[in-house]
Write a protein that binds this ligand. Structure first.
Ligand SMILES: CC(C)(COP(=O)(O)OP(=O)(O)OC[C@H]1O[C@@H](n2cnc3c(N)ncnc32)[C@H](O)[C@@H]1OP(=O)(O)O)[C@@H](O)C(=O)NCCC(=O)NCCS
Length: 134
């Protein structure tokens, strides 16, 4: 799917890791989307990239710098973009951005961004070094 224009000069940064639609089941009693639903999508999306670069079992150790910039509405097409911002010994820091596209609009809006840190763990759940590819 191509996007004709963006509302500003900003464009999504990172790999597209999740694309879904905001559904009524993920709203609160007022019909607003739960922030927790969005965070879970971001965590899943970041984990996809974390696994791709480590080929290890990964667990989320921290979520930082979460900012909810704009609301998400039912029917929005929600896209998560992930990019590596820090390569550690056993951990990886991944910036996850969420952009939405609305039925009536022809541009994407950034709605949320956060820094997700994942740690590679062994079978005992202990941190284990990531074998980075160059
Ligand atoms: C993740 C976990 C295995 C880390 O164990 P630990 O003994 O604290 O690990 P360490 O102190 O050796 O740190 C391991 C790495 O995590 C990083 N880390 C630890 N806490 C962090 C934090 N709060 N923020 C960012 N990075 C952190 C360390 O910097 C280190 O990275 P590096 O090896 O690249 O330098 C352990 O904390 C855990 O099991 N947590 C629960 C995870 C979980 O269940 N997540 C899902 C929640 S539903």
């Amino acid at each position: 799917m191509t996007v004709a224009t963006t509302q500003s000069d900003d464009i999504p940064i990172g790999e597209l890791v999740i694309m879904t639609i905001a559904m009524p089941r993920d709203t609160n009693r007022y019909g607003d989307m739960f922030g927790g639903w969005l965070v879970s999508q971001m965590d899943l999306g970041g984990a996809i990239l974390a696994h791709q670069c480590s080929h290890s079992r990964m667990t989320t150790v921290a979520i930082d710098k979460m900012v909810f910039i704009r609301p998400v509405y039912v029917g929005d097409v929600v896209s998560c973009y992930a990019s590596i911002v820090k390569r550690g010994n056993t951990s990886v820091g991944i910036n996850v951005q969420v952009w939405v596209e609305r039925m009536e609009d022809h541009f994407k809006l950034k709605v949320t961004e956060g820094l997700f840190t994942y740690v590679a763990i062994d079978k005992q759940g202990k941190p284990t070094p990531i074998k980075w590819k160059t």
